[in-house]
Design a protein around this ligand. Structure first.
Ligand code: 3AM
Length: 188
């Protein structure tokens, strides 16, 4: 199985992101049901490895936290443009959760991730670049900002490349703990 760990996005947020699809020739837009925020790509795993990955993720403790999608960016430039994405407002909780998942997976025997983590929601991929239209698209939509939502779980997805494109299936979800009220609120 080809696996990755991600935060599934609420329907209303996926609807808003879907509303951005417009005016980019050559863009292969990610299907709305596939929009997600990757925490860690895992790759192929056999039965024993899946078991170890699940045990490592299930053992992780972390509190729920708010997350806000905002801004647009891209990987690659010009003819090497690979992906258009929506960004994430600076979020130390997300970075800490990602770090914990990275360490849990390494302790389950996985090689350390080679890339520095860059939180993003891939919106479209490109085979041939859209040229200067990308910059006018980003100029038009770059101030995109969605309402924050509460991250209450993360999910282990499988990825299957079908003829009509990638199919992502949520296999297992790992709930986060309820957020404790800040100390001053608890003292009131
Ligand atoms: O979150 P996004 O959609 O940008 O690009 C793949 C996708 O990222 C990435 O994992 C996510 C779920 O498929 N991915 C695929 N192969 C990868 C690899 N070899 C990879 N990430 C890192 N290394």
């Amino acid at each position: 199985m080809r696996l990755f760990v991600a935060i599934a996005l609420p329907q209303d947020l996926r609807d808003r992101l879907e509303g951005l699809r417009d005016g980019l020739p050559g863009a292969k837009w990610v299907a709305a049901e596939n929009l997600h925020l990757t925490l860690r790509f895992i790759g192929e795993a056999d039965g024993g490895e899946c078991h170890d990955i699940d045990a490592a993720l299930a053992g992780l403790r972390f509190e729920s936290f708010p997350l806000q999608i905002e801004g647009l960016g891209h990987f690659g430039e010009g003819r090497r443009l690979r992906a258009l994405w929506a960004g994430v407002a600076p979020n130390p909780d997300l970075e800490r959760l990602q770090g914990k998942i990275e360490r849990a997976l390494q302790s389950a025997g996985m090689e350390p991730s080679k890339r520095k983590y860059k939180p993003h929601v891939t919106l479209a991929r490109f085979k041939s670049g859209p040229g200067p239209r990308l910059h006018s698209f980003i100029a038009a939509h770059g101030l995109f900002r969605a309402a924050p939502f509460e991250v209450t779980e993360f999910t282990l997805f499988s990825s299957y490349l079908a003829q009509q494109g990638a199919i992502y299936t949520p296999e297992l979800s790992y709930p986060l703990e309820p957020r404790k009220a800040p100390l001053d609120a608890r003292l009131e």
